[in-house]
Design a protein around this ligand. Structure first.
Ligand code: NI
Length: 226
């Protein structure tokens, strides 16, 4: 699980929110598969609407430029983000995300390795509405600032607790990683973070960085399936 702080700036969040105020919203059950539909009670911006499609594409490009996201997930495919909204009383009970998803308007499919929620509401705009993720270290409850995103394994049980007042707006997506094994992915992320720190240090000899880059890229070469 990785918290990506300020993936969107406050100004960017405000812009998305302005646009989302003006698009049609549908019942979120329509896009839930199988058992998830039974526990899903929220609204979803109409993905076939032009403005929504543009917002999703802009956000998709932003994801690709977010170094921390690219480094931690090593995405091969990213599902066009969906925008959802929880008003008073709405919730999404415990579920796991579908393993295989068909990419919109395409014959291509995506295996969901990592899910991501990007928060577009400030935590003081709503009560409840926490993202709760069951991990091997117990339950994680997440309610970060608007513009922050959190990634978590799509295979984990997770829920959005009922919103008891206000409105919670977020974007969600699913990603297929080039590296399916989460432990290998974690090690690669740690290695890359260390390389980035060394890069910022002028005292580190160039040859040593080259050597670490060599190791990093050859590990990706060995472990990636695309
Ligand atoms: Ni989910």
């Amino acid at each position: 699980m990785v918290l990506i702080e300020q993936l969107l700036s406050k100004q960017e969040v405000a812009l998305y929110r302005q646009h989302l105020d003006q698009v049609p919203w549908l019942d979120g059950k329509g896009t839930a598969m199988g058992m998830a539909a039974d526990v899903k009670d929220n609204g979803q911006a109409d993905a076939s609407h032009d403005t929504v499609r543009q917002l999703a594409n802009t956000l998709l490009a932003k994801f690709g430029e977010t170094a921390q996201l690219v480094s931690s997930v090593l995405p091969h495919k990213i599902f066009p983000p969906c925008f959802n909204r929880y008003s008073k009383g709405e919730t999404y009970g415990f579920h796991v995300d579908a393993a295989i998803m068909r990419m919109p308007n395409s014959a291509d499919v995506l295996r969901s390795d990592m899910s991501m929620t990007l928060f577009l509401s400030e935590p003081d705009e709503y009560e409840g509405g926490e993202l709760v993720i069951q991990t091997e270290f117990g339950e994680q409850r997440i309610k970060p600032k608007a513009g922050d995103a959190v990634t978590y394994p799509s295979s984990s049980l997770h829920q959005v607790t009922p919103v008891t007042s206000g409105v919670r707006i977020a974007a969600i997506t699913w990603m297929q990683s080039m590296v399916q094994d989460p432990h290998v992915r974690e090690l690669l992320y740690e290695l890359d973070q260390n390389i980035q720190q060394l890069l910022a240090n002028d005292a580190v000899p160039r040859e040593q960085l080259d050597s670490l880059h060599h190791v990093y890229h050859n590990l990706i070469r060995k472990h990636s399936v695309i």
